[in-house]
Ligand binder design. Structure first.
Ligand code: ZN
Ligand code: ZN
Length: 291
């Protein structure tokens, strides 16, 4: 019988643990996170229907689909109970979670509306609201962002899956995500012609961009946009930009024979972060927790 997505993610992580034993701990942590997200995706999320003409208009103007006031508001309260499952799953993972999760649980129980506000703030990119809550709760900001983004990701992925096919991939070609506007987390060279795709760090959208192009500062100069090859390993590469000094890791699918899940490969290639950073490049900023 063919493996389902959850089983395929487990296989890829177990295989990677053998190849990179130093990443075992973090891969085990993220295995829990990814499997939780896959499970959550099976639930009925409130749907968000966006009309094709609104999508076309936004894409033409370079605006992400979820930006602006014409995006309908969704009631996320039905999904809130699942958030407690995430907290229970991670509460004993390390000292920081052991300290922070009970505080967060208590605050949520004291005010039932707070979670809904935080979810909406995250989707709308209102980081000030989240920062303020973290301060009021006296809880670690990174942990709060990590938990919120981890939880919201399956929901956003569902929205993305429903909308991305309505966008002609040659009509965007920008560095930020056409669905939610966040920066990419990983890149892919696809097929014989090495067509380049980026994966959004927030909603998981896969979108096409030019080969010589920095998604962070939109630089397309051949002289300053290039990539670092990994010695002895043709599967991975690192896109770098000498203008903004940022980097983005990627997979060359031609040499990558295993199942490909960008979020998994991002963790599998943690050793490449050091390589890029040693060369003077900075990572993109998004909610990644390197426990
Ligand atoms: Zn996105
Ligand atoms: Zn750049």
């Amino acid at each position: 019988m063919e493996k389902n997505k959850k089983e395929r993610i487990i296989s890829r992580i177990e295989e990677a643990k053998k190849e990179f034993p130093t990443h075992k701990e973090i891969l085990d942590f993220y295995k829990k996170v990814f499997l939780f997200q896959e499970e959550i995706k099976g639930n009925d999320f409130p749907s968000l229907e966006i009309k094709k003409d609104i999508i076309d208009d936004k894409i033409k103007k370079g605006l992400p689909i979820l930006s602006g006031k014409d995006t309908p508001n969704v009631d996320l309260s039905p999904v809130s109970p699942f958030f407690h499952r995430l907290l229970d799953l991670l509460k004993d993972e390390n000292q920081l979670f052991k300290e922070q999760v009970p505080i967060l649980k208590e605050k949520i129980n004291q005010n039932k509306e707070v979670l809904d506000h935080l979810f909406k703030a995250l989707i709308n990119g209102n980081n000030e609201i989240i920062d303020k809550r973290a301060k009021d709760f006296e809880i670690n900001k990174e942990i709060l962002y990590f938990l919120l983004t981890t939880f919201m990701k399956p929901y956003l992925e569902k929205i993305t899956e429903a909308t991305i096919e309505m966008i002609d991939e040659n009509s965007w070609l920008r560095g930020y995500c056409p669905v939610c506007g966040h920066d990419p987390m990983f890149s892919e060279l696809f097929g014989e012609e090495k067509r380049r795709y980026l994966f959004c760090s927030f909603c998981g959208a896969r979108y096409h961009v030019m080969r010589i192009f920095c998604p962070f500062c939109e630089n397309s100069e051949q002289k300053t946009v290039h990539y670092l090859m990994i010695e002895g390993d043709e599967r991975y590469y690192i896109d770098v930009c000498d203008k903004c000094k940022r980097y983005l890791k990627g997979v060359n699918r031609k040499h990558f024979q295993t199942d490909f899940f960008p979020q998994v490969e991002f963790i599998v290639t943690l050793h490449l972060n050091l390589l890029a950073e040693k060369e003077g490049y900075k990572p993109a900023s998004f909610s990644f927790l390197g426990i």
